[in-house]
Design a protein around this ligand. Structure first.
Ligand SMILES: CC(C)(COP(=O)(O)OP(=O)(O)OC[C@H]1O[C@@H](n2cnc3c(N)ncnc32)[C@H](O)[C@@H]1OP(=O)(O)O)[C@@H](O)C(=O)NCCC(=O)NCCS
Length: 292
């Protein structure tokens, strides 16, 4: 018989639970101050770690930053129980709601939607997002070469992780850049090793921001092209991003591009030859009823 148990974990999440939480979340909560600002829970399956969940709390509400259940333990109510325990914690702390965001498809999407709705929550949004499987573009002349140790970035392309703090500030201060496209808009989520800039004469001409959304799952969150962005710069930037994903995942991964407008939809078609999977990006919200 299977015995599932749950435990509270510290902000410096111990192994083996740490493997169920994204690196940027681990880093961000380790730096968060405040006694009741973070709740980390783990689940065990016959004594072995099988899942973890992380919520952060502000004055009034919470945000589920991470929820991951080992594929072997799915469909048994582990995620539901972890969320219930977080809602109980939210009630104890006097909070109003728990918000969450996820990018999933098929059964996992149905499970998360069901989990939210059966707790009186609402799925607020449902934007489509293209999931490109790296195995499908190994042979693509556009991106395939970047999935190889021999691939070299053009000299003009630099990863954000290679920039000085001053150079990063300059990126945020580009005048014509709308607020929502600024690197700082992504906060802790922005992954400097998955974000790249094209520098022309030392000035940013184009950039692409990226972050990790799950185990071997990466997302190009936004792209900016200034008036001086040269032909081919976007291709080089996405090449730099998928090259980094390839190294980090050890070979096989899903790369998300949001077909937010006809141009980016055409781009996803162009890169994959139409060979991508339709995922859904959701924002959701669960009320916390019984405040104490
Ligand atoms: C989505 C995920 C969390 C679900 O975990 P799980 O432990 O299998 O979920 P549960 O068994 O608790 O099921 C949750 C709900 O979905 C329902 N459900 C499960 N499978 C379903 C399906 N195929 N269709 C519809 N509903 C389904 C369950 O009945 C349950 O509803 P209830 O709470 O109202 O009873 C899990 O698949 C996962 O970790 N996926 C990866 C998530 C990820 O990539 N996270 C990235 C970091 S945030």
């Amino acid at each position: 018989m299977v015995n599932v148990s749950f435990c509270r974990l510290g902000r410096n999440i111990p192994e083996p639970f740490a493997g169920y939480v994204l690196p940027y979340v681990r880093k961000s909560i380790a730096q968060t101050e405040g006694e009741n600002a973070v709740t980390v829970l783990g689940a065990m399956w016959n004594g072995l770690a099988c899942a973890a969940a992380v919520a952060v709390w502000d004055e009034t509400d919470g945000e589920l930053l991470s929820l991951f259940v080992d594929p072997k333990a799915r469909g048994c109510g582990v995620a539901g129980r972890l969320v219930d325990l977080l809602l109980e914690e939210g009630a104890r702390l006097g909070k109003d709601s728990l918000s969450l965001e996820y990018v999933l498809k098929d059964e996992e999407l149905a499970a998360m939607d069901a989990l939210v709705e059966s707790r009186g929550g609402a799925v607020i949004d449902g934007a489509p997002i293209c999931g490109m499987n790296s195995d499908d573009f190994l042979d693509s002349p556009l991106l395939g070469p970047a999935l190889h140790p021999g691939w070299r970035r053009p000299a003009a392309v630099r990863l954000f992780s290679e920039l000085t703090p001053r150079e990063l500030e300059l990126l945020d201060a580009i005048e014509e850049l709308p607020e929502y496209l600024r690197p700082s808009a992504l906060g802790d989520r922005l992954d400097p090793a998955l974000s790249a800039v094209w520098l022309a004469d030392g000035r940013p001409a184009a950039f692409a921001l990226g972050f990790q959304t799950g185990d071997r799952m990466f997302c190009q969150s936004s792209v900016w092209r200034g008036p001086n962005a040269p032909e081919g710069s976007f291709r080089a930037l996405i090449g730099a991003q998928v090259n980094q994903c390839w190294y980090r995942s050890g070979g096989s991964f899903v790369f998300f591009i949001s077909p937010i407008n006809p141009r980016s939809a055409a781009m996803a078609e162009w890169f994959t030859g139409g060979n991508y999977e339709p995922y859904t990006q959701r924002d959701a919200w669960i009320p916390i009823p019984n405040k104490e």
